[in-house]
Design a protein around this ligand. Structure first.
Ligand code: NAD
Length: 276
């Protein structure tokens, strides 16, 4: 199965479906990422703070898959934001991953209270120029944080990775980003199992109609909404199932019914006030 790719505003291609490894036990990461690569995933989303970059790197090395066929994202942790600290952070991540570059490097959270994301992004422009990362972007940025980057740096982020699932669909932020060429990635795409998404009638009706699982319906909803998505699972059957989403298509009415579940319900922290 070939996953569709989207073209980022810097010309690089990104597979629209990937595999996320938040809360994947570092001791289990190599085995689980190997299972994902075996299932066909070619896009892995990790972060320095997840503590499992080494396992991701070992799985990639062991797979024998050519480096240019795998899209790897990692993220700079909040405590490493700053003009003088960002370089050490990307170098440490690359060393742990066993790679000479990542495909995408993100600022993990804006942390507006620190007021260092502009200078951090300027450093990341240099990392991109040096080839340490092909693309640069941000995560958990709200519109005012993005606007500051646009006003004060020379690069439009390729990506903003934000919490996004049916109960928290982020329509206004997506509409702001789209004309700027900033692609949206959904984190917590299945709501992290924190509300009964898979019991919602809009989801179960579609699952029944297409003979698929509720999780597959929700992943399909993300894909058909044009966002990039990387559900996480440590269970082999679910890893395979979450990748098997290209044999059916939701109708416009089914998409609209799931769109209607939006009620502004976060499952994670608010980027304006988060202080971790
Ligand atoms: P998710 O919405 O992908 O939920 C994962 C949980 O859903 C799993 O633990 C499992 O319990 C359940 N699940 C997965 N597949 C299932 C299936 N087929 N059937 C039933 N249940 C299933 O949440 P997530 O892991 O937080 O988000 C995905 C990825 O997004 C992460 O792994 C990480 O890469 C990224 N992320 C980024 C940030 C950020 O701040 N940038 C924050 C959280 C997550």
């Amino acid at each position: 199965m070939t996953v569709p790719t989207l073209t980022l505003n810097d010309g690089h291609a990104i597979p629209q479906l990937g595999f996320g490894v938040f809360q994947v036990d570092p001791a289990e990461t190599e085995r689980i990422v190997s299972a994902a690569l075996e299932a066909g995933y070619r896009h892995i989303d990790t972060a320095a703070v997840y503590g499992n970059e080494e396992g991701v790197g070992r799985a990639i090395a062991a797979s024998g898959i050519p480096r240019d066929e795998i899209f790897v994202t990692t993220k700079l942790w909040n405590g490493d934001q700053g003009r003088d600290t960002a370089r050490g952070a990307i170098e440490t991540s690359l060393e742990k991953l066993g790679l000479d570059h990542v495909n995408l490097y993100l600022i993990h959270w804006p942390r507006p209270d620190l007021d260092r994301y502009v200078e951090t992004f300027q450093q990341m422009e240099a990392f991109k120029a040096e080839g340490l990362t092909h693309s640069i972007g941000v995560s958990n940025f709200h519109q005012p944080h993005l606007q500051r980057l646009l006003d004060e740096t020379g690069t439009v982020p390729a990506i903003n990775q934000i919490e996004l699932h049916p109960a928290f669909a982020q329509r206004a932020l997506r509409e702001f980003q789209e004309p700027l060429g900033i692609h949206t990635e959904s984190w917590g795409p299945l709501g992290q199992g924190k509300y009964d998404l898979f019991g919602e009638k809009a989801v179960t009706d579609a699952a029944e109609a297409h003979g698929v699982t509720p999780a597959q319906v929700v992943i399909r909803w993300h894909l058909q909404n044009g966002v990039i998505v990387f559900p996480k699972s440590s269970t082999p059957e679910r890893i395979v199932q979450n990748f098997d989403v290209f044999g059916f298509e939701l109708t416009g009415d089914e998409i609209a019914a799931i769109d209607a579940l939006d009620r502004g319900q976060r499952v994670g922290a608010d980027p304006d006030t988060a202080t971790f």
